[in-house]
Write a protein that binds this ligand. Structure first.
Ligand code: DX5
Ligand code: ZN
Length: 220
């Protein structure tokens, strides 16, 4: 249901990577609710972005929550550093080489952060029911991870609804459902109606000449 309470989380992926901290501060002034950090290790996805040191600079430059989306092959080795960097949410992928996703989600919470699970487009949502007690956020990828500016996969609307139902059945209707990939003002309403509560958006916001207006247009 469209409520006007959608959390808008701009991704910094398309910003100048030499000035990410000031880009994040600028997005906060433009009305962002969270900052979304796309952490890529060159293994889980072909691209390499940045590590916890850069994340720390970004976290220090804003007062809104920072969500670290770890597109990395071995998330367990990194969660401690991203927690120490000041990230509020740490989101990991079950398609990574990590064999003990349940344990790592618990570790994220033990570090005082909120735990997120990200699902690639081809990943069945069933895992959600088995880790629901440990979740604070489910991130549904609506592109294949690795690059900004890709075409949104609208077939994921069904997965959003399925995840919402699974969370409610598990008594965890409070878990945030985030959508990431090709999100813009044309599909925001449909995504929120399907059950999304957080909209991650990269190129639509950062390539806009009026970022404040672009962010506002997503608060459906
Ligand atoms: C893709 C990243 C996304 C990406 C979104 O791998 O996880 O966060 O930056 O960018 P757009 O909105 O351009 O698809
Ligand atoms: Zn992302």
């Amino acid at each position: 249901m469209v409520t006007g309470r959608t959390i808008v989380a701009p991704s910094l992926l398309g910003c100048d990577h030499g000035e990410l901290a000031s880009a994040a501060a600028d997005l906060e002034r433009s009305g962002a609710d969270w900052i979304h950090l796309d952490v890529m290790d060159g293994v889980f996805v072909p691209v390499l972005t940045f590590g916890a040191g850069v994340a720390e600079s970004i976290c220090s430059s804003v007062s809104i929550p920072v969500d670290a989306h770890l597109m990395v092959d071995r998330p367990a080795a990194l969660v401690e550093a991203f927690a120490a960097a000041g990230c509020r949410y740490i989101t990991i992928h079950p398609e990574s080489s990590e064999k003990h996703i349940h344990r790592v989600l618990g570790k994220i919470r033990d570090l005082g952060c909120l735990a997120g699970l990200a699902l690639n487009p081809a990943t069945p949502p069933d895992i959600v029911q088995w880790v629901a007690p440990l979740l604070d956020l489910v991130l549904i990828m609506t592109v294949n991870p690795g690059y900004g500016g890709q075409k949104h996969i609208s077939a994921m609307n069904g997965k959003i609804r399925t995840v919402q139902r699974m969370l409610e059945e598990a008594g965890r209707g409070d878990v945030l459902i985030s959508v990431d990939g090709g999100v813009n003002s044309s599909n925001a309403g449909t995504l929120v109606n399907a059950g999304a509560t957080v909209l991650v958006s990269g190129s639509y916001i950062t390539s806009s000449s009026d970022r404040a207006q672009a962010i506002k247009s997503l608060k459906v």
